[in-house]
Structures are given as C-alpha cells and as structure tokens.
Design a protein around this ligand. Sequence first.
Ligand SMILES: CC(C)(COP(=O)(O)OP(=O)(O)OC[C@H]1O[C@@H](n2cnc3c(N)ncnc32)[C@H](O)[C@@H]1OP(=O)(O)O)[C@@H](O)C(=O)NCCC(=O)NCCS
Length: 185
Amino acid sequence: MPLPPLLIRPMTADDLDSVLLLEEASFSDPWSRGLYEHELNDNRLSRYQVVVPAGTPSGLPDVIAQGGWMLFGEEAHILTIAVRPDFRGQGIGRWLLLHLLAEARGEGCDSVVLEVRPSNEAALRLYEKLGFVMISRRKRYYPDKEDALVLMLEELDDAHLWGPLAGELEELARQMTGGEIVNGE
Ligand SMILES: CC(C)(COP(=O)(O)OP(=O)(O)OC[C@H]1O[C@@H](n2cnc3c(N)ncnc32)[C@H](O)[C@@H]1OP(=O)(O)O)[C@@H](O)C(=O)NCCC(=O)NCCS
C-alpha cells in the first residue's frame, strides 16, 4: 500500500482499539487491553510509540505500527514492535526501531536487549541488520514452547556505532513524514 505521510508519537489510551487489532494481526499470543492499560498507566519505566498517518484527527486513531521498550538502568529492553501487515516491507519497522533506540539512548541507555522467535525471519533480519547479535537462548520461552533467542546491541553510546544509525533515522524520518514533521516533533 502506498505510504501516506506518517509520524511517530507516544501511544495513548485512545490508540488501544487500533493497537489491539494490530496485536491480533501480528502475534500468536497478543497482549490484552488490560496489559496495555497497565503499561500506559502504571509502568513509569516503559515507553510506547505509535506510527500514525500525519494529520489523524485526535480521537480517531489509525495505528500503522507500534513499538515499546523499558528502561532497566543503562539497558533498554525492547518489549514489542509490530507493523500492520499491509504496510510491511516499506521501512516502517526499521524507522520505528531506530526511533526507539534513539529514545533509549536519550535516556542514557548504552545497550539494548530483546527476545525473538528463531522462526521469525523478518524480525531477525531487521535486528541483525541493525547490529544486534545473539547472546543466549531461552528454552521453551513462549506460550507455545518455542525457544526465544536473546539479542543484544551494545555500545549505543559509541559515536562510531550511533552516527550512521542516527543518519539513517534522520533520512527515514524525512522520507516517512514527507519531509515536514520529524519524529512527531
Ligand atoms: C518484524 C516487522 C516489525 C518488520 O517490519 P517492516 O516494516 O516490515 O520492516 P522493514 O520494511 O523496515 O524492513 C527492515 C528489514 O527487516 C528485514 N525484513 C523485513 N521483512 C522481511 C521479510 N519478510 N523477510 C526477511 N527479512 C525481512 C529486512 O532485513 C529489512 O531490510 P531490507 O529491506 O533492507 O532487507 C514486521 O514484519 C512485523 O510487524 N512482524 C510481526 C510482528 C513481529 O514479529 N514483531 C517482532 C517480534 S520480536
């Protein structure tokens, strides 16, 4: 589907109907509304962002992608990331993940950890192309007993690593927003 101008902004309770549809379309074990409500209302260490069409009237959200991470001291843990199936393969996942990394870096994180199913080729490629490497395997981690691979990106505070990623984030933001709005600001 051709991309309208998009923006990234923090998730709110008004987004949850759309977010839950995206969860259902993306995961075999989707998060519940209650879990998201808890995360948005009570977890002061987690941050959630959504990708929406620029200019969506408030109260009428149409979430194209969502992602979240949690602060553990100087380590960020990516909790979730998903792009609507009809918008995949156009760079939105990479843009959103880079945005989450920038946010984590801005809050003082120098490493990022996440779990991924070994069968999830698209996500694995996305992470590996950004420089994530496997550090361990959690046996029978998921509800259906599939293992989880634990991936890590280190030295986010190193300018040699972050410089090119920051440049790419800027370029993707320019493309995705139509050049007018950078990362919801
Ligand atoms: C994983 C996901 C977020 C990627 O989002 P996306 O917007 O389609 O990804 P992008 O278009 O930004 O692609 C970025 C990179 O990811 C990899 N990738 C994306 N889709 C892929 C596919 N179908 N097969 C293989 N690699 C793929 C590629 O390396 C791609 O870079 P390239 O095009 O330069 O080769 C998306 O597939 C998704 O929502 N999946 C369901 C939810 C999920 O599994 N989340 C991750 C849980 S750990």
